[in-house]
Design a protein around this ligand. Structure first.
Ligand SMILES: NC(=O)c1ccc[n+]([C@@H]2O[C@H](COP(=O)([O-])OP(=O)(O)OC[C@H]3O[C@@H](n4cnc5c(N)ncnc54)[C@H](OP(=O)(O)O)[C@@H]3O)[C@@H](O)[C@H]2O)c1
Length: 229
């Protein structure tokens, strides 16, 4: 654990060397969470962690191979391309029993980045549940957050985060992580509802293209019942 005295949970970001996971890892490190960046290559993970530490001017992140990262963390975030989803989950499966696992994966089928693709198991989240088993506290979130501005800590990420899962406490933890990263987490119901968030992402990619923008997102309005968002 990077900081033994920190009461915040240590988060492993599997695929934290990439765009989405790297941005989330940086924001959580900035918010004071001990971070472990996971990669298929320990060396690549160490380099990514060193970049986070340099940017923040403190020792906030470590880098490890994926199974070691999952073993040493209390909460695990999986942020890898769908094509690597199954292999990645198999690599960490033995290390995640009893832990909160947050799946960010969207079942996009390149090169059709703006077309909804429902995989054999209906959603990446449900495939993760089938593969990891019921002993894992699985939550699905962050699919609709564009990576584009995540690494700019001065940028207010202007979107909500749909959080789905069947473990109410785990979902609340992830809603708190969305807030820590500067966004608003919304309890969007059970894990089967992840089909909505996973399907929205390719739609947002298409909206980005058509409107010549880079980070279209979503907002749930009227949460205060007063007509304000
Ligand atoms: N980018 C976005 O704006 C965005 C927004 C919302 C959701 N998402 C979703 O978040 C997930 C991660 O997206 P991303 O854009 O961060 O992806 P990415 O940068 O292309 O890849 C993330 C990491 O996945 C790991 N990986 C493992 N197996 C891989 C393989 N076979 N091919 C390529 N990379 C592999 C790589 O880490 P190592 O090489 O270090 O193992 C890589 O750094 C995806 O499911 C994506 O659909 C992305």
């Amino acid at each position: 654990m990077p900081n033994g005295e920190n009461p915040k949970k240590t988060i492993a970001v599997i695929g934290g060397t990439g765009k989405e996971g790297g941005g989330l890892a940086l924001r959580w490190a900035y918010a004071g969470y001990p971070i472990i960046i996971g990669s298929r290559s320990a060396e690549k993970a160490e380099q990514a962690a060193a970049q986070v530490n340099e940017l923040l001017g403190k020792q906030a992140a470590l880098g490890m191979d994926n199974p070691s990262a999952a073993r040493q963390a209390e909460l695990i975030v999986v942020s890898v391309p769908y094509a690597a989803h199954q292999d990645t989950l198999n690599a960490i499966k033995a290390e995640v029993t009893g832990k909160v696992v947050v799946d960010v994966t969207v079942p996009i089928q390149p090169p059709n980045f703006s077309t909804v693709h429902l995989p054999e198991g209906r959603t990446a989240a449900e495939e993760a549940r089938a593969l990891l088993g019921e002993g894992v506290r699985l939550v699905s979130a962050f699919q609709n957050v564009s990576a584009v501005h995540l690494k700019d800590l001065n940028h207010q990420v202007n979107c909500d985060v749909l959080v789905t899962g069947d473990d109410a406490e785990a979902k609340q933890e992830v809603i708190a992580l969305a807030e820590a990263a500067g966004m608003h987490g919304i309890d969007a119901g059970p894990l089967v509802n992840a089909i909505v968030a996973e399907s929205l992402t390719p739609m947002l990619v298409g909206i980005n293209r058509r409107y010549k923008v880079k980070s279209a997102g979503i907002r749930i309005t009227d949460l205060d019942g007063q007509g304000h968002d």
